[in-house]
Unconditional design. Structure first.
Lengths: 332, 442
C-alpha cells in the first residue's frame, strides 16, 4: 500500500484558483472589447493585441532572465493588465508607444515590486500615466467613432466630450451652449463617442461588472462608493450652478469613470480588504476624480484619483478593520 | 431561516452515509484505549499488565478538575500499557486489552427500555457524568461535567444542543437524532435539570429535514425543548456561531458561552449523558461515520472505544485501492491519520478516506489580496494578515489582531484561491502568542 499523506486541516479546497479568477475577469471584458472593436475598428484590435502580447512578453523576459524564477505569464494577470492598458489609451496611439506602456506597466509597476499580488499601484494605470506624461500629444488625440473602420492612418481625431466641456467652461461658455456640441446621452451610454479604446461604452462595462459581481470577483462596495460619490458631489455642484457645472449624469457616462470604478479601482491587489475600508477608498476615488475633472489641469481624473488612493490602501487597511466577532456585545 | 451573520463557507456537503442506519460493529480482538481522549490532564491508569477487566470497568482515573475517567470498552486481559500513535497523531500512553468474551460490569443496564423519569439530583447528575467519563462528543472532547456546573455569579438561561453537523460528509449525529431520538431527549432533560434551565434549543441544519421533522414529533412529551432549523453554512456547529444563529447573542472575545447565558452540548453527548445517568453506563462506545467518495458502503457504526480504524474501514467495504489520506473527523477540521491501526477514541466522529489525487494540498501562489479569507472568516479576523504576522514572528501584533479568537475552522485555507497555508501559519502563531500571554501572567 502507498504511504498515507498527512497534512493539517482542512482537507478540501475551493475549486477557485488565481488563474480561474483572472480568466474570468478577461471574459467579463469581452462586451466592452466588442463595442470598441465596433466603433474603432481594426485600430482598436491592433492596440489591444499589441498590449496583451507585449505585457506577456515582458513578464516572460523579466521572470526568465532577471528574476530567474517561475514563469507565470499564463496565470491571466498579464493578459488583464494588457487588455486594461489598451482600454485606457486612444485607439490611434502608435503601436510602439503601446509597447512602451506595456513595459512600464509590467516592468515598473508589477515586477519591480515582486510580481502578482505585491504591487502597490495598478499596473495598467501606471502605464497610462507614463504615456500621458511622455506623449501628451498622441495621448490627447482621440479617434472619432466610425462603425467597422479598417483605417489605420489619417484617422479623424478630436477631443473627448469631457475635454470639450472643460475647454468650453474654461472659455466662459454656458453648459447649455456646450451640450449641443457633444453626442447625445444615449450615444454616450452606448459608447458612440470619442475616447480611449475600451472606456467608451458604460453599458458594456456595466454588463461585465454584473458578471464579476455574480462570480464574486469584485464586491459592490468600491464601484458603488466610487460612482455614488461622483454622482452626489457632481449633483451638488450642478444644483449650485447648472450653467457652470454640468449635470451628474454627464460625469457618469463620459471618460474612464465606469471602467475605472468597475475594473481599475476594484483591482483586488491594490484595493482595501475590509468593507468600510473599501467604501472610504471608493469615496476617496470619487472625490479626487471630480476635483481633477473640474479644478485640475486634465479633463479626466480617474487614473490619477485611483493611483493616489492606491497609495493610501496600506493606511486604510490599518485603520478600517473588519467587524470582529464578539467585539461589541449585542444581546437581544 | 436563521443562520450566523459573519462569514462562513459552503463546501460540498457529500453526506453519502445519511441513509445508512447505525450498525453495531463486532467487538475487535484487541482494543487500544488512550488514557487521554479529552482536553485537560490525562487520566491515571488504575490497572496493571495482566489484570482481568470487564466492559465498563474503570481503567484510568481522571484526578484533576478538567480531566475524564476512562473505562474499558471490552472484557479481557490488560496486555500492556504503552505509548501508541493516537488518532490525533501524537504518541500517547494507552492501555491495550486483549478481548475475551463480552462480560460487563455489574450495575450497567444493557436493556433498550427507555427510562424517562429522572431521579438524580443536579449534583448527583454532575457526579455521575464525571464518574462515567463523559466528554464533548462533537470532536473537542471537553469534559462534560465541567460544562454542567455553572460558575459562581453566572446564570444559565438556555441549554443549546448542537445537532448542526456542519462538517461535510459526517452523518453520525444525524443518524443518532433519527434512531436514538427519545434517549437523546431524555439526556437533554437531564442536562437541563443539572443546569437549572427550563429552555433547551436543538439547532439542526436544514439539510437534515427528516431529523428536524422526526425530533419535532416527540417534542410534545418534552416541555421546554424546541427544534430550530438552520440555514446550511459552515462552521455553524462552532458554539459561538451556533449561539449567534439561534439567539443572536455574541459571546465576547475570549469568553465562554455562559457569559451570554448559554451552555452548548452536542447531541452525541446528550445520548452519553442519558446512558450514564439512566443506565449507569460509562462512555465506552460511540457512533462513527465511515465515508469517502470511493468508499464502497459509506456507513455509520456503533463502535467500542479503542477499536482500530482499520476494522471500521474493512466493515465499510474495505480500503479503496487508491486511498491517499485517511482523516479522523470531518474534512474541514479533522486530523489526517498516519496509522491505519490508530484506535477510535471518544472524539472520533468520522473516518474519511480521500483518494491519492485529492490527498494533497494545492500549489501555493502569491497572495493576490483578494480578501476572500477576511470576508468568510466567521470570527471577523484577517487570516492573510495573521499568517504574515505569524510567519514574521510578530506575535505581539498577532495578539492585537485577535489571533487567539481563531477557532481553526479552516474556512480561510479552504477558500484561498492561491492555496496559501493560512491556517498552518495561524496555528503556529496562536501557539506562540499563547505562550507570550501565559508568560505575562506569571
Amino acid at each position: 500500500m502507498n504511504l498515507l499523506t498527512v497534512s493539517g486541516s482542512p482537507h478540501v479546497y475551493t475549486e477557485e484558483s488565481v488563474s480561474k479568477i483572472m480568466y474570468g475577469v478577461v471574459l467579463s471584458l469581452i462586451p466592452a472589447a466588442l463595442v470598441s472593436f465596433y466603433f474603432f475598428g481594426l485600430a482598436a484590435i491592433l492596440v489591444t493585441l499589441t498590449a496583451v502580447v507585449s505585457c506577456m512578453f515582458f513578464e516572460f523576459i523579466i521572470q526568465k532572465y532577471l528574476i530567474k524564477g517561475p514563469i507565470t505569464i499564463f496565470d491571466g494577470s498579464a493578459i488583464i493588465t494588457g487588455v486594461l492598458l489598451a482600454f485606457i489609451v486612444p485607439a490611434s496611439l502608435p503601436l510602439w508607444m503601446v509597447v512602451i506602456g506595456s513595459l512600464v506597466s509590467i516592468g515598473m509597476a508589477k515586477m519591480t515590486f515582486g510580481g502578482l499580488g505585491k504591487n502597490i499601484f495598478n499596473p495598467a494605470l501606471v502605464g497610462r500615466v507614463f504615456l500621458m506624461i511622455s506623449f501628451p500629444v498622441e495621448m490627447n488625440m482621440y479617434p472619432k467613432p466610425t462603425a467597422f473602420s479598417t483605417q489605420l492612418t489619417d484617422i479623424v481625431t478630436g477631443p473627448t466630450p469631457l475635454a470639450v466641456m472643460k475647454e468650453g467652461v474654461a472659455q466662459g461658455e454656458k453648459v447649455s451652449d456646450i451640450i449641443p456640441e457633444i453626442p447625445e446621452y444615449v450615444n454616450l451610454l452606448m459608447g458612440n463617442m470619442g475616447g480611449s479604446v475600451g472606456e467608451i461604452s458604460a453599458i458594456a462595462i456595466l454588463l461585465g461588472g454584473i458578471y464579476m459581481l455574480i462570480k464574486k470577483y469584485i464586491t459592490w462596495e468600491i464601484p458603488t462608493a466610487y460612482l455614488g460619490s461622483v454622482f452626489v458631489l457632481a449633483g451638488a455642484l450642478w444644483l449650485i450652478d447648472p450653467e457652470y457645472y454640468v449635470d451628474p449624469l454627464f460625469h457618469m457616462v463620459t471618460g474612464g469613470l465606469m471602467l475605472g470604478a468597475i475594473y481599475m479601482a476594484t483591482d483586488m491587489v491594490t484595493s482595501p480588504m475590509s468593507r468600510w475600508g473599501m467604501i472610504v477608498y471608493g469615496i476617496g476615488c470619487g472625490f479626487l476624480t471630480l476635483v481633477i475633472r473640474i479644478f485640475g489641469a486634465y479633463p479626466e481624473g480617474v487614473a490619477f484619483a485611483i493611483l493616489i488612493m492606491n497609495a493610501f490602501v496600506p493606511l486604510i487597511n490599518r485603520g478600517f478593520k473588519p467587524k470582529r466577532f464578539g467585539e461589541e456585545v449585542k444581546n437581544g | 431561516m436563521k443562520t450566523f451573520k459573519l462569514g462562513g463557507v459552503h463546501p460540498p456537503e457529500n453526506k453519502l452515509s445519511q441513509n445508512a442506519a447505525i450498525k453495531v460493529l463486532p467487538v475487535p480482538e484487541t482494543v487500544t484505549i488512550p488514557i487521554s481522549q479529552h482536553l485537560g490532564v490525562p487520566a491515571k491508569p488504575v490497572v496493571a499488565k495482566g489484570d482481568k477487566v470487564k466492559a465498563g470497568q474503570l481503567i484510568a482515573k481522571g484526578e484533576a478538575f478538567i480531566s475524564a475517567n476512562v473505562h474499558s470498552s471490552v472484557s479481557g486481559t490488560v496486555q500492556k500499557i504503552d505509548e501508541v500513535t493516537e488518532t490525533s497523531g501524537y504518541r500517547k500512553k494507552a492501555i491495550i486489552i486483549k478481548v475475551e468474551g463480552d462480560e460487563w460490569e455489574e450495575g450497567i443496564d444493557l436493556s433498550t427500555d427507555l427510562i424517562k423519569s429522572i431521579t438524580l439530583s443536579p449534583q448527583e447528575i454532575v457526579n455521575r457524568v464525571n464518574e462515567k467519563g463523559i466528554v464533548g462528543m462533537g470532536g473537542a472532547t471537553f469534559p462534560s461535567h465541567v460544562k454542567l456546573m455553572v460558575p459562581q455569579g453566572k446564570k444559565a438561561e438556555f441549554l443549546i444542543i448542537n445537532g448542526v453537523e456542519c462538517e461535510p460528509y459526517l452523518t453520525s449525529d444525524h443518524r443518532l437524532m433519527l434512531e436514538k431520538t427519545e434517549e437523546m431527549l431524555v439526556g437533554i432533560q437531564i442536562q437541563m435539570k443539572a443546569l437549572g434551565v427550563d429552555k433547551a434549543i436543538i439547532g439542526i441544519e436544514n439539510n437534515k429535514p427528516d431529523a428536524i421533522e422526526h425530533v419535532g414529533e416527540f417534542l410534545s412529551d418534552y416541555p421546554g425543548i424546541t427544534v430550530e432549523p438552520l440555514k446550511v453554512k459552515y462552521p455553524q456547529g462552532g458554539e459561538k456561531q451556533l449561539i449567534k444563529a439561534l439567539l443572536n447573542r455574541e459571546v465576547p472575545s475570549g469568553k465562554l458561552p455562559i457569559e451570554v447565558g448559554c451552555v452548548v452540548h452536542n447531541v452525541g453527548t446528550s445520548l452519553a449523558v442519558y446512558e450514564a445517568v439512566q443506565k449507569n453506563k460509562p462512555l465506552l462506545e460511540r457512533v462513527v461515520t465511515v465515508t469517502g467518495l470511493n468508499v464502497k458502503e459509506p456507513s455509520n457504526f456503533m463502535v467500542r472505544i479503542g477499536t482500530p480504524v482499520a476494522n471500521l474501514i474493512e466493515a465499510a467495504g474495505g480500503l479503496p485501492e487508491n486511498t491517499g489520506k485517511i482523516v479522523n473527523g470531518g474534512p474541514m477540521m479533522g486530523k489526517a491519520l498516519n496509522d491505519i491501526n490508530a484506535p477510535v477514541t471518544k472524539g472520533t466522529s468520522g473516518i474519511l478516506l480521500f483518494p491519492e489525487k485529492e490527498a494533497h494540498r494545492r500549489p501555493v501562489h502569491n497572495c493576490i489580496r483578494c480578501g476572500r479569507c477576511a470576508n468568510i472568516c466567521p470570527m471577523g479576523l484577517e487570516p492573510y494578515l495573521l499568517a504574515v504576522l505569524a510567519a514574521n514572528k510578530k506575535f505581539e501584533d498577532c495578539e492585537y489582531e485577535k489571533i487567539m479568537d481563531c477557532i481553526e475552522c479552516g474556512s480561510c485555507l479552504y477558500i484561498c484561491p492561491s492555496g496559501r497555508p493560512l491556517l498552518d501559519q495561524i496555528r503556529i502563531g496562536k501557539n506562540e502568542t499563547g505562550k507570550l500571554i501565559r508568560a505575562r501572567h506569571k
